[in-house]
Ligand binder design. Sequence first.
Ligand code: SF4
Ligand code: SF4
Length: 381
Amino acid sequence: MTLPLSQIARIGAYTLTQHIKGGKYPLVLMLEPLFRCNLACPGCGKIDYPDPILNQRMSYEQCMEAIDECGAPAVSIAGGEPLLHKDMARIVKGYIAKKKLVILCTNALLLKKKIDEYEPSPFFTWSIHLDGDKQMHDHAVDLDGTYEIAIDAIKLAKSKGFRVQVNCTVFDGADSERLATFFDEMESLGVEITISPGYAYERAADQEHFFNRERTKKFFRDVFARGNGGKDWTFTNSPLFLDFLAGNQTYECTPWSMPLRTIFGWQKPCYLLGEGYVATFKELMEGTDWEKYGVGKYEKCSNCMTHCGFEGTAATDAIRHPLKMFKVGRNGVKTDGPMAPDVDLTAARPAEDVYSSHVELELAKIKAADPEGFKRVQRAA
Ligand code: SF4
Ligand code: SF4
């Protein structure tokens, strides 16, 4: 089930209006209202915090303020595991009441238990974390049996009339043939796919299995070649982003297009890279030195090709060159021939060791608000 036309028109109109106005604008609010999760994936950069931090939740009011502040037409709620947040159904309803497109990302372990708290809506999509077929996914999340749970959850949600997509992150060592077969299976279930290479989060336990740029491009060419240039499958990603993954576009990232709000505040500069936090969206937009970040500018960005960084660029490119986008959409992604030149990485400034003072500050705040509770959590950890 693709996005309803009314939603495509709404987001298209917003993007076009913002583009005409000029300046920087967000497309999707990335909301992480908690970091606690019921899995511990080795490639996750979100769950490596002390228990008092993992126990924090953004309130309903803070979640509503975040979308009002940034004005994005859509919100993607992740974490941590959002279904562990006791107010999550209310938060989703609040966003829908504001006519925001809501994508609720979950590893699906709690979906069966919680699904009746939610109602199908053209504004609401379940996004199930599924990193490939059974062996690939269970390996990526480091727990046997999660693939079957996710597939059952997809079938259950679809049977109840919900819109469902899968969120698939690909790591080095993935097998293109198996990934293509997995996409066939998702297509047969009537499920759209959001695809992205993983980003090497500094806080991820496993630093070995992230793609570099060359491997990413070759891998995606190989995958798309097995599915008619990608046309055999239904992606939520834009055609030009898929074309970029296959090495056919030279793009700089648009780090403000998917800004991240967490319990620490707004993350600078982008969803992937945490180099400080600010209290307001305005401070993020006006106080970040955007020129310091991006592929070719900063070593930590060198291998980034993720959808959070580059979908915004693909959207701008589609507005500027609609015929190019239609051509890729109609013909599929080019999977052979020379690739587009890539950004020169040689002048990128070296990675800085950014001190994580936000963690200490948050811990101090939690301790000051409830010294006894803080001690209890510390003792139990
Ligand atoms: S399910 Fe998501 S949030 Fe939870 S550990 Fe895995 S990647 Fe991290
Ligand atoms: S290239 Fe760097 S700044 Fe741009 S989205 Fe990726 S990590 Fe963020």
